[in-house]
Design a binder for this molecule. Sequence first.
Ligand code: KIV
Ligand code: ZN
Length: 560
Amino acid sequence: MHPSALSKYRPFPPVSLPDRTWPDQTLTHAPEWCSVDLRDGNQALPQPMSIEEKLDFFDLLVRVGFKQIEVGFPSAADTEFNFLRRLIDEGRIPDDVTIQVLVQTREPLIRRTFDAIAGAKRAIVHIYNSTSPLQRRVTFGDASRESIRQIAVDGAELVKKLVPTIPQTEVVLQYSPESFSDTELDFALECCNAVIDVWQPTPERKMIINLPDTVQWSTPNIHADMIEWMCRHLSKRDSVIVSLHTHNDRGTGVAATELGLMAGADRVEGTLFGNGERTGNLDIITVALNLNSHGIATGLDFSDLQSIRTVYERVTRLNVPERQPYAGELVFTAFSGSHQDAIKKGLDRRAVEAAQNPELPWGVPYLTIDPQDIGRSYEAIIRINSQSGKGGVAYVLDREHGFDLPKTMHPQVGKRIYDLADEHGRELSIDEIREAFFEEFVNLSSPLDVIDYELIHQTGERGQVQCKASILIHDQKKAIEGFGNGPINAFVHAMEGAGLKDFKVTDYRSHAVRGGSDASAAAYVQVQHDDGRLLWGAGVDPSIEMAGLKALVAAWNLLR
Ligand code: KIV
Ligand code: ZN
């Protein structure tokens, strides 16, 4: 923002609450949850959901475990009304799920809302009117506090009168001072207490006071102060469920909700993936999984987040961003070398320790939860681009392709492959990494190639092996032979006899390739050239001996 624009803005006044207690609270249990996807979420969509799409979304919310679902604003439009009627008339609402309907505190709208819910087993009737000074002045033309409070009281009285007209429906009552987030606290309290006074809730028959962060104007600590202040001052607190409804204008919807819960709220309204007006409503998935990540049960099941996302993206026609907490494509992926290295070490170590202790607490660097707990696999955790390090490439080759490279080979292979990613200017896929590894390090056959070999184990001399090999050097076929205390050593001597030895073998290892389609062996040979250069080559072959020779030849070729 240009500095000259700043004179338009003012600091948000803090709440005077010197004895606030919320900073010392910890979250120990989940709140009641209410999904507002089908109302606040739907009303913010460029293309609202059709009835069929809403039905699909409703079923999804039920599957996830929501027991309270705001299904719409039935007095606002026929589609909303008809959707609700279908839910009720077709018996689609499970017995343990309460639907919620929103309505302004206006008589004809309230009456129509009662028509819409008639026949439901249990319904929350949610009335609201806007209370902030800005709304009173601008939207309602300098309306007085008294007139605004009276609107709430009139609406509450009408609702109270209509409840007995639908005796087969258990009606739960909810009031929101809309724009609570910038309403003077004493006035928000006045409106809420006036409604409480009309509805006369009891501990057995509670009502809900929802305190919306309709627009986020302040930091989450101020929101928490406001909630704690309201919780202290509301009348009949033991008969009132205090509910949060945060939006995300400052990007702090989740923080404001978490601090609001610490400040004493009992209930949370929000949406999946945070769809909603402007920057969205609170993302319930994030708050629930944050609780799960501290070992707290929530009653909501996000163990198959991908299938939830699929339905959500289809019916809302929105996309879940790559960096969305928990659900985003990239949130369990590390590109940077140091992160990859730490994750690899963490997962490896966990595999060993968890085998001994199934109750082992989660603890892998950079991963706040086990991705598998929400249906993500480890496959995508480490991906390779030019920022990646040696550990990441080795991790992919090992976990995805079954090649367990010696540690001292990691830098050589890692550097070559992330240089390649840099040349391409993009991330390399798991298969491209394997291809590049083969192209650059495995079975290199030019200028030297082994065509055939025979190993003759000498009788009498323990460990002595004779190697007869047919090689191709600079396109010329040659037969070579040598003795040694193992196949590699014998082949090195055969190379020496052919004038090809300008190196010594400094390290060697081999293993069966895990998970390969054909049973292959992999071998890695490190050689040191007479000029001091150290290099690894790799060989892959059904025969472990041939894999070793190929690895040596690959290293020799790499020296050229
Ligand atoms: O954000 C808001 O204030 C609302 C109310 C209607 C609860 O959605
Ligand atoms: Zn809202």
